[in-house]
Design a protein around this ligand. Structure first.
Ligand code: 3EB
Length: 343
């Protein structure tokens, strides 16, 4: 019997792993043959300044492990360039950057940051964006008649269109979340080889949202699949209660959460019908590296209860207090599925 060959999503030789844990768990979690590519520290009351491999995200912790560790079996090289901190292996690069000040001109900050990142990744030989994270203060604040998120979208879009002739097929999975305090913090995972970007038929592609949501559409894909040697990761973008392009269940956080779960299930279905080996019942409960962003801390108890009971999730989950990029959205979830190679 012949089996369908497993698609090669840019397979490379070195394993990449990621897990949530507490600060002291990194050393024990990595073991002697693994090296740290990046540590992301969540929360607002850090005592010590970040080291060269640590990235701080200034969102208040509601519950869960406070660190995210990206590790690899490959050797890691560190360097600083033009305000960016770069950690790289033979096939992966993690690049981060923080801008002090609240970035009063978000269009300019978004543009300049993405130009810097794209130039850097190009020149170092990791031209393929796999996943991006964007955190900045006051995401829903209105400046000069326009939400800061929309200004950011304009700048990011302009950077992509200056660098690429046809960039929509290149857009990776992403997160954009607002913080009450802190700096603009952007970090990306990139590679020497491309991932496969995936859209969700239940949701309008964000890059095709109609103009009513802003001068330009947001530049991201719903998910990106990437093979790292013998592991395949499916990175899922920040997913909200949006069907088509319309926000659903305004004011009802629990209904929004159930809608998100349906979006995740539809995404898994699409992946499967495209030959990506997501488990048949893959859902929120099977995701790893899950972050749940909650707009109003008073909703946290309801959110956690629904995640654990209705959505049957028992694995480690990081709950953060953060603003979602449409005022009416109360909760957003990101994560990843690990996919088995072969069949
Ligand atoms: C949405 O689906 C919710 O602008 O990079 C989610 C993930 C959202 C990423 C981004 C925005 C972004 O439109 C918002």
């Amino acid at each position: 019997m012949t089996s369908t060959p497993t698609p090669n999503f840019g397979s490379t030789a070195h394993g990449l792993d990621v897990f949530l844990g507490s600060a002291h768990e990194c050393a024990s979690g990595t073991g002697m043959d693994r090296h740290v590519l990046a540590t992301i520290r969540y929360g607002t009351d850090r005592q010590c300044a970040p080291t060269d491999t640590e990235i701080d995200v200034a969102l208040p912790l509601l519950d869960g492990p406070d660190c995210e560790f990206w590790t690899t079996t490959d050797a890691v090289q560190h360097r600083n360039e033009n305000g960016m901190r770069i950690a790289s292996t033979t096939d992966a690069a993690f690049v981060s950057l923080s801008l002090s000040g609240n970035g009063s001109d978000l269009e300019k900050s978004g543009h300049d940051t993405y130009i810097k990142l794209l130039n850097c990744l190009q020149s170092l030989g990791y031209p393929h964006l796999i996943r991006t994270w964007n955190y900045f203060p006051g995401i829903n604040e209105v400046q000069e008649g326009e939400e800061r998120y929309q200004q950011f979208c304009v700048g990011r879009h302009r950077a992509f269109s200056e660098r690429y002739y046809d960039f929509l097929p290149l857009l990776p999975a992403a997160t954009a979340i607002g913080s009450a305090q802190g700096e603009i913090t952007i970090f990306v995972l990139a590679s020497t080889s491309p991932g496969l970007h995936i859209e969700n038929p239940r949701q309008t592609s964000a890059y095709r949202y109609p103009r009513q949501y802003g001068r330009v559409s947001p530049s991201f894909a719903r998910a990106t699949v990437k093979s790292w040697g013998d592991v395949i990761h499916l990175y899922v973008s920040g997913t909200a209660s949006i069907v088509g392009h319309a926000s659903q269940h305004v004011g009802d956080v629990e209904a929004q959460l159930l809608e998100i779960s349906k979006n995740l299930d539809a995404l898994a279905d699409t992946c499967r019908s495209n030959g990506i080996n997501v488990a048949p019942d893959a859902s929120l409960k099977d995701m790893d590296n899950v972050k749940v962003y909650v707009r109003r801390p008073q909703d946290f108890a309801v959110v956690r209860h629904a995640v654990e009971t209705s959505l049957k999730r028992t694995a480690p989950t990081l709950y953060l207090h953060g603003d979602i990029c449409r005022e009416e959205l109360l909760v957003e979830i990101e994560g990843m599925w690990r996919i088995k190679a072969g069949r």
